[in-house]
Write a protein that binds this ligand. Sequence first.
Ligand SMILES: [Zn+2]
Length: 247
Amino acid sequence: MSAPRLSFSQLRRGPLVLVNREHSLPGTAAPELQRVWDGAPDVLLERRAAELLRRCVCAAGGWGKIVPVSGWRSRAEQQRIWDDTLEKEGEAFARQFVALPGCSEHETGLAIDLGQGGGAVDFIRPAFPETGACGAFRRLAARYGFVLRYPEGKERVTGIAHEPWHFRYVGVPHARLMEEAGLCLEEYFDFLRERPRRCVLENGLSVTARYVPWDGMARELELPEGCWQLSGDNASGFVLTVWEMAA
Ligand SMILES: [Zn+2]
């Protein structure tokens, strides 16, 4: 496997890319997308996120009990949702629940809005309760790499109202580390900046995540042979994740 390479373009790529009001996404090409469920042919996610979502929904009780409401959105689609919501609900509501075009995680293909199946589903604010299959999904999500992106109590950090239906794929070790420490994505990078963090997965692999600040110098990182992943944070650095057999 080739070495991880730090570069300006990599800063905007990977499962940990931060997209919010302060960190917009440049208008880049669409990620490699996949349908998440045949019952909702228009809902697409990035390939790996789609695969893990299917596994998690299956473990939580299956599609039908849970329905995908909105996944990847193009910039034009986000603009249309913003314009529609602004017109129908007014600016205060739109600012609370709809991100400005370029500032929506949905444009990454890593975010999904989920609803409870079996009835009418609200597109902007779908019901996703704590009970039944939805509750089971919540409890299992981190094991499959998903986090509740806008939790209650983090509104001042995320800048977004509590959204019990919006989940974000960040990858398994990161979702587990964030859940264990009670952190949202904005806070997670500071947590890694303090020191590298380690977690041991159920399959016996040990994973270490560390923050590498971007100093503007494109270069390769030297690593011993092994499995790694490099994700930009769309701000000031990268998260390098390395998997090893636990000693
Ligand atoms: Zn959403």
